[in-house]
Design a protein around this ligand. Structure first.
Ligand SMILES: [Zn+2]
Length: 550
């Protein structure tokens, strides 16, 4: 406290404080550089939208003679949360297509598809997102025939919740020119209208691209949703050039409120964006990295494992690239000055990308912040290899709670020691960044924070938590969703912590997360969201939690 008080006095002497805004009477919570939770009572914000002072003892403020004052009403204030890994335009598009998240059966999927088709008679193609056969009684993958039974006359393509598989109806398969003779691409699988991983491309190329108007609408919808759950920054993964253009349009128009650290989709993007951009639009947008893939996902058995799947011993999953190929792709991105972020789920894929980064770390030095996206199933022997090569584990706590039962089946009981092992990552000395992988999971970071500290889902399952030795403290979890996520995007000099000189990106919420249990933490409601010292979202006074779909 004495340090803060001294710093405050020095700041007051050094600058005329009355052009600043004072936000007082808050229960402020932040994680200090020492990794501990700190409480404070007020903030001052400069005209430039940056934090001037963090004030532990508000009674000192009387010295400051600040006329511009906002009463925080005693509410809890947290730093704006940063999702290190999300799909921004896809999140918006889920509100503009058939919503299949949470479907309970093939029949439920068919009903939603039928309703959507009837309501949108002029859509030439019907696109949907979010089914997960693991949640269905028979756990059977949907087929082209299931879709044909509902929509025979127009192409239909429905994406699995993890984005690693689509199911298409016969009209879509025909429009894509796929026949029984079409060879299955390496790293892909094709059966009964299901197209997994590399085979997706056969269908995807036939889908009419989003129009710029659709992209703008999707970005606006995504931002609204993100701000409503307290997310003020995102590592925007697998961003297409069209998406990037939409983000720049929003920046030009002054409607970009969520700060986006952009990872372009693959080295093909280098033709359009050959090097990282500086921060644009008051630090709202930056192209910082290239996203690569080392394997598929666990749900569709596309994750590449060191040993066979426990529930399908004839396969070890899908290896996307040879070692030489992956090294060449990552090296190409790095040579252009980009950060490299590579999707790796299975332990074999994680070992491969670690070896790749180890080689590149020798060539490019340590502070290139090589990222592994998901780092879901690791061989415990590989975890200590992260820190020496400067590798960041970009992980998603809600994947653990969603995948738990499926992961047990895919891997068997004896290969879970390095599964979703975020505490082991921190203990090894590596940096951790948290996110949600929205729209695969909800973009709401509070269930993520709760999962991180409890290893339990929203209903408190399983009792005591799944592999509870991997639980984090609240301070560690909040740090991974703020400072860690900012660091993972080379943005920790401007966002990710409430400190003088950083942007005043913060949220007001309805409870004190340090004073409640994990179940309550998961249900935290955001009241206001501020970016750059301006209120950019406020909870509508009349909307109840149920109306907003929580
Ligand atoms: Zn993702």
């Amino acid at each position: 406290m004495h340090k803060i008080a001294l710093a405050l006095t020095a700041a007051l002497l050094a600058s005329p404080a009355w052009s600043d805004t004072l936000l007082s009477n808050v229960n402020g919570i932040r994680v200090g550089a020492d990794g501990r939770v700190q409480h404070f009572g007020a903030l001052t914000i400069g005209d430039d939208g940056k934090i001037r002072q963090v004030i532990e003892h508000p009674e000192l403020v009387r010295l400051a003679n600040i006329t511009h004052t906002i009463d925080g009403g005693g509410r809890t204030l947290l730093p704006g949360l940063i999702d290190a890994h999300g799909h921004v335009l896809d999140l918006g598009m889920t509100q503009m297509t058939v919503q299949l998240v949470g479907t309970s059966s093939v029949a439920d999927l068919q009903k939603r598809l039928r309703d959507y088709a009837a309501a949108h008679p002029r859509d030439a193609w019907i696109i949907g997102f979010g089914w997960n056969q693991e949640l269905w009684p028979d756990k059977r993958f949907p087929t082209a025939a299931d879709l044909d039974a509902v929509v025979p006359d127009r192409p239909v393509v429905l994406e699995r919740v993890d984005g690693h598989a689509v199911v298409a109806n016969s009209a879509a398969i025909k429009a894509a020119g796929v026949t029984m003779q079409t060879p299955v691409p390496a790293g892909g699988r094709m059966e009964n209208g299901l197209f997994v991983d590399a085979a997706r491309g056969l269908i995807d190329k036939a889908i009419p691209p989003r129009t710029p108007e659709q992209s703008d609408e999707a970005l606006a919808k995504a931002q609204e949703q993100l701000l409503s759950v307290g997310v003020t920054g995102v590592g925007s993964m697998s961003t297409s050039i069209d998406d990037w253009e939409a983000m720049k349009r929003a920046g030009e128009a002054g409607t970009l409120n969520v700060r986006l650290m952009v990872y372009l989709g693959g080295t093909k993007s280098l033709a359009a964006v050959p090097k990282p951009t500086p921060w644009l639009y008051d630090d709202r947008l930056r192209a910082v990295g290239i996203k690569l893939f080392a394997d598929g996902a666990l749900g569709s058995r596309g994750a590449w494992l060191k040993q066979p799947y426990a529930d399908k011993p004839e396969t070890r999953g899908l290896q996307f690239h040879s070692d030489a190929e992956l090294l060449s792709l990552a090296d190409t991105a790095a040579a252009h000055g980009f950060q490299v972020a590579t999707h790796a789920i299975g332990d074999a894929a994680n070992a491969q990308i670690i070896s790749t980064y180890e080689q590149l770390a020798k060539k490019y030095g340590r502070d290139r912040r090589w990222r592994i996206e998901h780092f879901q199933i690791a061989d415990p022997a590989d975890i200590p290899r992260l820190a020496p090569a400067g590798i960041i584990a970009s992980m998603q706590p809600t994947h653990q709670t969603s995948d738990r039962l499926m992961a047990e089946k895919r891997l068997g009981p004896n290969r879970l020691a390095g599964a979703y092992a975020w505490r082991s990552v921190l203990k090894s000395g590596a940096r951790l960044a948290f996110g949600s992988d929205f729209p695969v999971e909800s973009p709401n970071p509070f269930p993520g924070l709760a999962a991180a500290i409890s290893r339990q889902d929203m209903r408190g399952e399983p009792p005591g938590g799944w592999i509870p030795s991997e639980r984090l403290s609240f301070a560690q979890a909040l740090d991974a969703f703020t400072r860690g996520a900012a660091y993972a995007g080379f943005a920790e000099d401007r966002i990710g912590s409430l400190e003088p000189g950083k942007w005043a990106d913060f949220i007001l919420v309805d409870r004190d997360p340090t004073a409640v249990d994990a179940q309550s933490l998961a249900r935290t409601e955001v009241i206001e969201t501020w970016v750059g010292g301006k209120k950019v979202w406020a909870r509508p006074a009349t909307a109840s939690a149920a109306e907003r779909g929580h």
